[in-house]
Design a protein around this ligand. Structure first.
Ligand code: WQD
Length: 351
């Protein structure tokens, strides 16, 4: 089967995608400089799949080192590009670092795609490209508003760069716009490894529940929503991983309608912060210690997906429920506590 290069393969979504690709018969390699990830996660991938994954510990901002991966693997038949910085708050503090890292790495990769005639390219995009939409649910035709952060701009710019590249090179590309990826593989052998204090809701919930954090804050309960807290479209990371396999198959089978297709990856269900917390308490049996705090700047009030296109075109049917998302996240958090030697000491803060 085709050899796929997964950049950021040691990351949260990358590792879950490696598992799905392997289980669907693909040969995979990873390129990840581990600046924001732990190579130990590949042991979990091996435990689940029985396959060892080679990781090239390469900074994709270094063109020569990136090119060398392709020289060693001229049979790369497709690329799934995850590797990027993605901390929204950090991007506001360090915009140049985000533009340099996320855009330079993408351009280096695309230069290699061109040089080695790699036919298929799948890009990790995000619902953040929509900014604050006027109407929800958002479809792929929803006109993106200005991004809420430099991180969001790197995703909007990345999509435009890939669009133009596809037109000029003939490479068939797919942009996958994730909503809020959460949860962990049901085996609890891989999952999310936040660096430092988690910014995202679900790891903040599970780390509070297990006692790593004394409490957590709900960022605002005075929004114009059904319970005053923000609404998001939480989607299980394994459902996200499977969508990447389906996207590659879609391209391999020549089903793409355009040189660059776009798909929303969300459940289509909006869930509020408080609903997520209460659901967690129900599935875990843990009473969560949270307080209501001020709104967080940059937060969108509500966003969730219309996922008809991914369902109808890719044949994607997300299978995990909100309960599954939260229970697998909880099982993973408990595993981390039980085997804290699994990954050694995680970096205490973003480097
Ligand atoms: C969700 C809601 C918070 C933590 C993320 C990524 C972004 C993109 C989309 C990849 C918000 C609230 C959170 C906490 C809280 N993913 N919250 N207390 O902001 O939607 O964006 O997913 O591209 O990169 O950042 O996700 O989990 O940070 O927040 O109340 O301790 O939970 O205010 O309303 P967000 P999030």
């Amino acid at each position: 089967m085709a050899k796929i290069l997964v950049t950021g393969g040691c990351g949260y979504i990358g590792s879950h995608t490696l598992v799905d690709l392997i289980q669907n018969g693909y040969t995979v390699i990873s390129a990840d400089n581990n600046s924001r990830s732990n190579p130990g996660i590949l042991n979990g991938v091996e435990q689940i799949t029985g396959k060892t994954v080679k990781n090239y510990k390469v900074d994709l901002c270094n063109f020569d080192d990136t090119f060398a991966i392709f020289q060693e693997n001229p049979d790369i038949a497709g690329i799934i590009h995850f590797a990027a910085y993605k901390a929204v708050g950090e991007s506001v503090e360090k915009p140049l670092m985000y533009f340099e890292n996320n855009i330079t790495s993408l351009i280096n990769l695309l230069k290699c795609v061109q040089e080695f005639h790699v036919p298929h390219f799948v890009f990790s995009s995000s619902c953040t490209v929509y900014g604050t939409p006027d109407d929800i649910p958002v479809t792929e035709l929803t006109i993106p508003k200005p991004a809420e952060s430099p991180y969001g701009y790197t995703k909007q710019m990345g999509e435009q760069i890939i669009n133009e590249f596809a037109k000029s090179s003939g490479t068939r590309c797919i942009l996958l716009r994730y909503f809020n990826p959460v949860g962990a593989h049901p085996s609890a052998k891989i999952g999310e490894l936040p660096i430092g204090r988690p910014q995202n809701l679900v790891p903040a919930i599970t780390q509070t529940a297990i006692g790593k954090l004394p409490s957590m804050t709900v960022h605002g309960s005075d929004y114009p929503t059904r319970d005053g807290s923000c609404i998001r479209d939480y989607i299980h990371v394994s459902d996200i991983g499977h969508a990447h396999t389906l996207a590659l198959q879609y391209l391999e089978q020549g089903k793409n309608k355009r040189l660059c297709d776009v798909f929303n990856l969300g459940t289509g269900n909006g869930v509020s912060v408080l609903e997520a917390i209460h659901t967690f308490e129900k599935v875990s049996g843990v009473k969560l210690n949270y307080m209501i705090g001020p709104r967080r700047s940059g937060d969108v009030v509500a966003i969730y997906a219309n996922n008809d296109l991914a369902r109808n075109e890719l044949g994607w049917n997300p299978e995990y429920t909100l309960e599954d998302m939260l229970s697998t996240a909880w099982e993973w958090e408990q595993r981390l506590l039980a085997d804290d030697a699994i990954f050694g000491s995680q970096p205490k803060e973003l480097n």
